[in-house]
Design a protein around this ligand. Structure first.
Ligand code: PLP
Length: 340
């Protein structure tokens, strides 16, 4: 593929085969050294646990090109530790942090021509995953595992600039109270495709999942975490054992407190008390922040700041965090890892 013809700003979140991917195999109790390969297909046993029992997990993080033409990763240590949390939850071997970050760097360097230019808003998305493979029939951990990272250039989430979108509440649960909601395992996403489609068919961007025990508290906004800004300028985000701990969310909590001087709270966000928020948003690696225009509750749309305009605090949070990611704003110690 000739990268000179890529219109970086117009790229969406679609698969493009890049030059090289990293693959390591776990066998007899240890990972091999791993290597870069050209082939984007993997041959695995038809009896792999990853295919039948969902014994797998994945991550998503981005590499950014800076104004000085350096390439940097944003908090890859957090993706590494979340991957290992997910691995433990589905009885897979952990990937040492050093191996994880080194593999990310190898993949970026081997695909450097796919790292979008600074100023386009586009990034190189990395997709690390671990999957149980090998001959196995019963519901038990696989005899072997693969750890793979591939990468795809992706465009800015909002093409014409950030804009609010509306959401509906889902009648379906994304996770069980003590289930796998806090792990980034594929099964959580298989179960979300139908509720997502229901929301899209009704004209919403996606659905909001409530807590699986009482159905009164906001948990996740599609595949992103929720936050709200209160009338007295607090950054509030739900706390629950069944939410995926978003790295963007924890970064925004820090940015709100340390860069914008706001108070922050992790606590219940009741669907019956949305009036407490003057702005609301969804946060995750893909879009960083998706401003929430309104949420449909009991047949009517509860609008926060505006259905068309982005709220001022949401904008500041977005600008500061993306500024750190693209190297325009100095980040807290350890957040930025240079790929050199
Ligand atoms: C279910 C879910 N919630 C939240 C997030 C946001 O997490 P992060 O900010 O680490 O991308 C993601 C994406 O990874 C997700 O899949």
């Amino acid at each position: 593929m000739d990268t000179n013809n890529i219109k970086w700003e117009e790229l969406s979140f679609d698969y493009i085969k890049t030059d090289k991917r990293y693959i390591a195999r776990w066998k007899d109790g240890k990972w091999d050294n791993g290597s870069l390969v050209e082939d984007n297909k993997i041959a695995i046993s038809e009896a792999s646990t990853g295919l039948h029992y969902g014994q797998q997990c994945f991550e998503g993080l981005k590499a950014y090109r800076t104004k000085e033409d350096k390439i940097q990763l944003f908090r890859p240590d957090r993706n590494s530790s979340r991957l290992n949390d997910s691995c433990r939850r589905v009885l897979m071997p952990e990937v040492p942090e050093e191996m994880f970050i080194d593999a990310c760097k190898q993949v970026i360097k081997a695909n450097e021509r796919f790292v979008p230019p600074y100023g386009t808003g586009a990034t190189l998305y990395l997709r690390p995953f671990v999957i149980g493979v090998g001959d196995n029939l019963g519901v038990k951990p696989a005899p072997e595992f693969l750890f793979i990272i591939f990468c795809v250039p992706v465009g800015p989430y909002f093409k014409g600039g950030m804009a609010p979108v509306n959401f509906m509440l889902s009648d379906y649960d994304r996770a069980a109270p003590a289930g796998t909601g806090a792990a980034k395992v594929g099964g959580n996403y298989a179960g979300s495709m139908m509720p997502h489609q229901v929301a899209v068919d009704r004209g919403f961007a996606d659905c909001i999942y409530l807590d699986p025990t009482t159905h009164t508290k906001i948990e996740e906004v599609g595949a992103a975490n929720f936050f709200g800004i209160t009338k007295d300028n607090k950054f509030v985000t739900p706390s629950s054992a069944s939410i995926l701990p978003s790295i963007t969310k924890y970064s925004l909590l820090h940015v709100a407190k340390e860069y914008l001087g706001m108070e922050t709270e992790e606590r219940d966000c009741l669907v019956d008390n949305l009036d407490e928020f003057v702005e609301a948003g969804a946060c995750g690696t893909a879009a960083v922040i998706t401003p929430i225009g309104g949420i449909e509750v009991k047949g009517s749309l509860h609008v926060f700041h505006s259905e068309t305009e982005v709220g001022p605090v949401t904008k500041k949070l977005y600008d500061t965090l993306t500024g750190i990611q693209f190297g325009e704003v100095e980040g807290p110690e350890g957040w930025i890892v240079l790929v050199d």
